[in-house]
Design a protein. Structure first.
Lengths: 165, 351, 753
């Protein structure tokens, strides 16, 4: 049975017919929309490489059926930078060497952006570590990841202050 | 993943009717169900998607002072609800100690209650498992079973229930609202999960088509807010299931425990309410000796189901610690490492 | 890799462009934007999806597969089985060279281990291929599997690791032990571990007539290419492999394994491009792992704590059908100056995929046992563990008596201990608590890893527009080859790094050797060094032989290449740009090749190793037994550091692997079925962010004129060694409980309060 669904992906509305209800958001993005920045590390919600934002919240796209998310607003790593201008989290990951092989990186960055919007960790390194623990990094770039997130968070706090001043 | 029909009902009644058919199952966030379907553990013919139903995602205080949490409220939204966390801190702490931020954002209250065991033999479809396939046997019984049950298990099944959330909920007398073919009913959460006995395949009191629509915390549950903790021993600091966990909640009046609530996680096929331990604490001062006594009472009936005798001793110790932490008082803010022994433990460890 | 546009890092982050500068990653922008193309990200037109079905038994044979059921599933195109597959040009059981390992590619119905591929389903969608594989519902004839370190009769393998002797000795160990003043005799166990790179093994294979295009992560482009060529009977120049980025390798993507071979076969079978990606659970079998070990250490000292004897025996396993033996005991060859040393190995065969190289193979397993035993010996002597190690410091390599090419270990001990505050450590265990009552323990370990070199070739080009190119089929698994090798290339060409086109990651480039053994930067770097020297020499010939050049008559040895100019060494006012030289000579470019290789004479003369000292602090809940590492300091001497930023990341990563070895990682095998019960990332625990404390790395300056032309020793693996033992020793120091089975489990620490 075919199902018509529509999604907003990185700001653009996408309407399509899904011929198979088994397709996850992750496989939809990677294999059908060819947005391969989002990675499949475990396909079972145990590594975080597939993290995307759905309606502003970070989730594991491997455990989400596309058909169930009809109408959702999706942000993937491809939609984070403005052209050549990197998102502050992206720039901070480069500056702090928050990755080695880079495979978990899109998920880490999406998770960090989602975490900052959740506003639970603030600038406390221990809370950042805890709140980023859903993203495994086998290369062991955690120190750089935490530093990158803290720097991006500080930049965001600063610009918020400036805006409210 | 087996092919299935996808159904998106417009009303709860439609959902119940659609899910009552053989081979049908409810889909909420799918964080557990899709994992099971990908592993071939669950092979439903029909998914009834309840995520688009209206009215199941609210948190409201009822006239009698109880709190009603819609079944589709996400684990994260509930834990981060400031007034919820203030009133039911152990529940919020338990929620935040479970899984990862991504999973908590998706996973629902109703789904958390119904998550399946992490027993490796249940997950491994080549193994015999009475829970997965009734009557086939239990390969965990003589297998790699250091993480298995020490309470309430049977020769048929030694699996544990993995939820953190359910542990403080059961301690606080949570009630589950169910919509079924014969209308709405409610049961105590403690009655929702069944011990295995000789029918481990029957995990809950739900009948075909039954949909959990809400969880209710009675008004009295709020009275423990000042002395309530959840504590969870894990094999890594975060993103791991409990080896053993405990929720402890005390109502302390004039230096004495007016009422105690205690439940254990990771030890049985259900969140384990330790009423015998609660009884010995009623009316006594919150002392180390009293907590030790409670811990012994809580584990009186425990016995190893395999290479897991250590879990009995660990459970006793975690009970003592959780009670001690609860007596010290609920922290103003949930610790950076929720429910972790490495969260603030000031004064709770005996040198 | 023409489509790969390596962007420079943001300008404000740049510090320069020479060796030794902490440049940010040149592939960083691609990676943070999700634009770095890993193998599974490719989608050639018409591509189909292939999914493996794997065995659930560990020993026996497949008696039936329900191929019809799979084919009935909509979208399934074909099912590849032992009865229906393209034939290979040679029997994959034949070991044509020591780097060929046997693979399961549907040559028979035999099952040798759990998770062995037994069929491949090819379909139009991933969903159909996945379910098609499940519908095969294999039936088996099952035999009792061999499981564990006591599975059967043990034997002494002919060699361990890659050609290492199984036994080594110096002096009379038994006599020295018998007459030693103090002795310990301790047995340690380490579990099977799986690489678990974040990127699952993947291949996109496309046949175009008799040509084969392959996208596949590999740590050895040329080894993979040669293996594919022999398996499929095609010439090397008909195969093109792209591997611009690996999502981690750690040894598991070094040699051609079964699954990518199946992907190529599947593409041939259906006549269309095919993508085959391993599911996470399928990575626990056909792509290698670290074998379990049981290691017995007997150590003796004199009355002053000077080592008299060190005996290290390791039991390990290999598969029932191939040979790789974790050389764990060899870790005792280099570190401690015992006059009598013996190392030996034996093994049993079990029903497992063949164990292989996994980050620091032998060194990691051996190190945690050796460093634990040294700690136990120091305690038995009543001596501080650092003082004990200094007392037994090896001035020459103990097993061979050779001098070290360089060894700044003493400085590592000193600087690491000072940074950590080791001097305040109480000798007795279980003495320290933090404010909340948690037990605190401090432990240390010595790190060591050999400085290896393989063979590589590079091609250097200087162009008339003033730019240059360096071509080498190097591999970036995350260690930073795109950046570090480009830095070397820029220096060797005398150009700004932005004027160097650095090409790597494809099989049509010169052979860079294997990215393993912590030797890739040294090996590829040496080739780049020599190619650079050769091309500059050619350019200098053009200039110094031309009387119109200001460099006329300066001779080859008389110029310096810097900033795109050749400069007279004796008169720096006289110089000429590369562009001017080439323009006047009327050539578009000059090119030259160079090679990197080990120096046999130096190897004969010297023992070559990197060293380090790791200090760890753990906290342990005294009642609940949960452990957390709260601080680690590692000081490492590894020769020349090409890029300090990336070296730090590599060392951090290694230290985290060490922590993981001590506290987390373990594959749990059901002893009846031989199946791995935690073949996932939920229950096979690797550290999460919250497990990792602030880490501190010191790189100790070390100049080594012997290891290679650039003085590089390599840092990819040394970080695990020392670290695992340091964490284990810290747990003992915190609790007073010596755990000799790894990873350390909660229940072992519940014995006391």
């Amino acid at each position: 049975m075919n199902h018509s669904i529509s999604l907003t992906v990185n700001g653009a509305r996408r309407d399509f017919v899904l011929d198979d209800p088994r397709v996850t958001l992750l496989d939809l993005l990677r294999e059908r929309l060819h947005l391969t920045g989002t990675k499949k590390g475990c396909d079972r919600g145990q590594c975080g490489a597939c993290t995307i934002l759905v309606d502003g919240k970070r989730i594991n796209s491997c455990l989400a059926l596309a058909i169930s998310h009809d109408g959702a607003d999706i942000l993937t790593i491809e939609g984070v930078a403005r052209g050549d201008q990197l998102h502050p989290v992206q720039a901070a990951f480069i500056a702090h060497d928050g990755f080695q092989c880079g495979f978990c990186t899109p998920g880490q960055i999406m998770s960090a952006i989602g975490m900052m919007q959740e506003a639970q960790a603030g600038n406390d390194p221990e809370r950042v570590r805890e709140c980023m623990s859903g993203n495994l990094c086998r290369c062991g770039a955690y120190a750089g990841i935490v530093d990158a997130v803290l720097e991006a968070q500080a930049g965001m706090d600063e610009s918020n202050q400036r805006r409210s001043a | 993943m087996k092919r299935f029909d996808y159904v998106r009902p417009a009303t709860v009644a439609e959902a119940v009717a659609a899910a009552a058919q053989p081979g049908a199952t409810y889909l909420a966030a799918g964080t557990n169900l899709l994992d099971l379907m990908k592993g071939g553990v669950s092979r439903p013919d029909r998914l009834v998607d309840v995520t688009h139903l209206d009215g199941l995602d609210g948190i409201e205080t009822l006239a009698d002072g109880s709190l009603r949490i819609g079944a589709l409220v996400s684990n994260a939204d509930l834990a981060h609800d400031a007034s919820f966390a203030k009133s039911y801190p152990a529940v919020a702490e338990a929620l935040l100690s479970g899984a990862s931020a991504q999973l908590r954002n998706a996973a629902t209250v109703g789904g958390n209650l119904l998550q399946r065991t992490r027993c490796a033999y249940f997950y491994d479809t080549a193994s015999r498992c009475n829970k997965r396939e009734a009557g086939t046997g239990c390969d965990a019984r003589d297998g790699e079973n250091r993480s298995h049950a020490v309470l309430g298990w049977s020769e048929s099944c030694i699996a544990t229930h993995p939820s953190d959330f359910c542990v403080p909920l059961v301690a606080l007398d949570a009630i589950v609202e169910i919509e079924g073919r014969s209308g709405r009913r409610e049961i105590a959460l403690e009655e929702l999960h069944r011990l295995p006995g000789s029918t481990p395949e029957r995990e809950s009191a739900l009948e075909p088509g039954d949909l959990i629509v809400a969880v209710r915390l009675p008004a009295a549950a709020r009275e423990f807010a000042a002395h309530a903790r959840y504590l969870k021993v894990r094999e890594r600091t975060s993103y791991a299931f409990a080896v053993v966990s405990a929720a402890a909640a005390l109502r302390i009046e004039n230096g004495r425990i007016a009422e105690a609530r205690l439940a254990l996680g990771g030890v049985a096929a259900k969140p384990w309410r330790a009423r015998a331990a609660e009884d010995v604490l009623r009316g006594v001062a919150p002392t180390a000796d009293a907590f030790q006594e409670a811990a012994w009472r809580a584990l009186t009936d425990a016995k190893p189901s395999g290479d897991n005798a250590f879990k009995i001793e660990l459970a006793r110790r975690i009970v003592v610690r959780a009670l001690t932490l609860a007596a010290v008082g609920t922290p103003a803010r949930i610790p950076a490492l929720p429910a972790s022994p490495f969260a603030s433990t000031s004064g709770a460890i005996h040198a | 890799m023409p489509e790969l546009n390596l962007s420079s890092a943001p300008a404000h982050l740049r510090h320069g462009s020479n060796i030794g500068q902490p440049l940010t990653r040149r592939d960083g922008v691609l990676k943070v934007k999700g634009q770095a193309t890993y193998a599974a990200d490719n989608h050639p037109p018409g591509m189909l999806f292939a999914v493996m079905a794997v065995s659930t038994i560990a020993r026996g044979r497949v008696t039936s597969l329900d191929v019809a059921a799979a084919k009935r599933h909509p979208g399934v195109v074909d099912v590849m089985t032992p009865d229906h597959k393209p034939e290979l040009a040679i029997d994959p059981e034949i070991k044509t060279n020591p780097f060929v390992f046997r693979m399961e590619v549907l040559q028979s119905n035999e099952v040798r281990y759990a998770n062995q591929p037994i069929a491949v389903v090819i379909a139009e969608t991933l969903e159909a291929a996945t379910e098609g594989a499940a519908l095969l519902a294999p039936r088996y004839e099952t035999l009792p599997p061999l499981v564990g370190l006591d599975a059967g009769e043990s034997f002494v393998p002919p060699v361990v690791g890659v050609g290492n002797p199984t036994e080594n000795h110096r002096g009379d160990v038994e006599a020295a032990l018998a007459s030693a003043e103090k002795q310990i005799d301790a047995t340690y166990e380490t579990p099977p571990q799986y690489h678990n790179a974040m990127e699952p093994h993947a291949i996109v294979a496309a046949w175009e007539g008799d040509r084969l295009q392959v996208d596949m992560p590999t740590q050895g482009l040329m080894l993979s290419l040669a293996r594919i060529a022999e398996l499929f009977g095609i010439a090397h120049d008909k195969i093109h492999i792209r591997s611009p980025f690996l999502g981690g390798g750690f040894g598991s993507k070094g040699l051609m394994s079964g699954p990518p071979t199946l992907g190529i076969m599947a593409a041939k079978l259906v006549g269309k491009p095919v993508k085959l990606v391993l599911r996470r659970e399928q990575m626990y079998g056909p792509v290698g792992h670290r074998a379990p070990t049981r290691q017995r250490l007997r150590i003796g000292t004199d009355g002053e704590g000077r080592l008299a004897a060190l005996d290290h025996h390791a039991r390990t396993v290999s598969s029932t059908f191939d040979d790789f033996y974790e050389p764990a005991a060899d870790a005792s060859h280099t570190l401690y100056a015992a006059p009598a040393i013996r190392t030996s190995h034996d093994a049993v065969r079990v029903n497992t995929g063949t164990p292989l190289f996994m980050r620091a193979p032998g060194e990691a397993t051996g190190s945690i046992a050796l460093e634990s035993a040294i700690d136990e010996m120091a305690w038995a002597c009543g001596i501080d563990p650092l003082a004990f190690r200094l007392k037994n410091y090896a001035e020459v390599e103990p097993i061979t008596g050779k001098p070290f090419s360089s060894k700044a270990l003493r400085a590592c001990y000193e600087q690491g201990a000072a940074r950590f505050g080791w001097a305040k450590r109480p000798l007795q265990p279980r003495q320290m608590r933090d404010d909340s009552g948690l037990l605190v323990g401090w432990g240390m370990g010595t790190a060591t890893f050999p400085a290896l070199m393989f063979q590589a070739e590079a091609r250097a080009v200087l162009r008339r527009d003033g730019t240059g190119a360096m071509e080498i089929g190097a591999h970036d698994m995350g260690q930073g080859a795109w950046t570090a090798l480009a830095q070397i290339a820029a220096d060797e060409l005398g150009l700004d790094i932005d004027n160097v086109e650095f090409k790597a990651g494809t099989s049509d480039l010169p052979d860079a050797g294997i990215a393993g053994g912590s030797a890739h930067t040294a090996t590829a770097g040496a080739a780049i060094h020599s190619a650079g020297a050769a091309v500059i020499a050619k350019l200098a010939d053009l200039a110094t032989g031309d009387e119109r050049s200001p460099l006329f008559g300066a001779g080859n040895a008389g110029v310096i290449a810097r900033d795109g100019r050749l400069i007279r060494r004796d008169d720096e006012s006289r110089s000429e740009s590369y562009a001017e030289i080439l323009a006047r000579a009327g050539v578009a470019e000059v090119e030259a090749r160079g090679t990197g290789a080990p120096n046999p004479a130096a190897m004969e003369e010297y023992a070559m190793h990197a060293h380090g000292a790791v200090f760890a602090e753990v906290k342990v809940d005294p009642e609940l037994g949960q452990v957390r590492v709260t601080r680690m300091v590692g000081a490492f001497a590894a020769g020349r550091i090409v890029n300090p930023r990336m070296v730090q990341s590599q060392l951090f990563g290694g230290m985290i692997w060490g922590m993981s070895f001590a506290l987390h990682e373990e594959a749990i095998t059901d002893r009846r079925s031989g199946r791995i019960m935690n073949a996932n990332l939920g229950e096979y625990h690797i550290p999460v962010n919250a497990d990792v404390p602030p880490l501190d790395v010191i790189t100790v300056e070390e100049h080594d004129p012997h290891v290679n032309a650039l003085g590089i020793k390599g840092v990819g693996e040394i970080g695990i060694t020392g670290s695992a033992g340091a964490v284990a020793n810290a747990v003992w120091h915190a609790t007073g409980v010596r755990v000799r089975r790894f990873p350390i489990r909660i229940e072992e620490l519940l014995t006391q309060r």
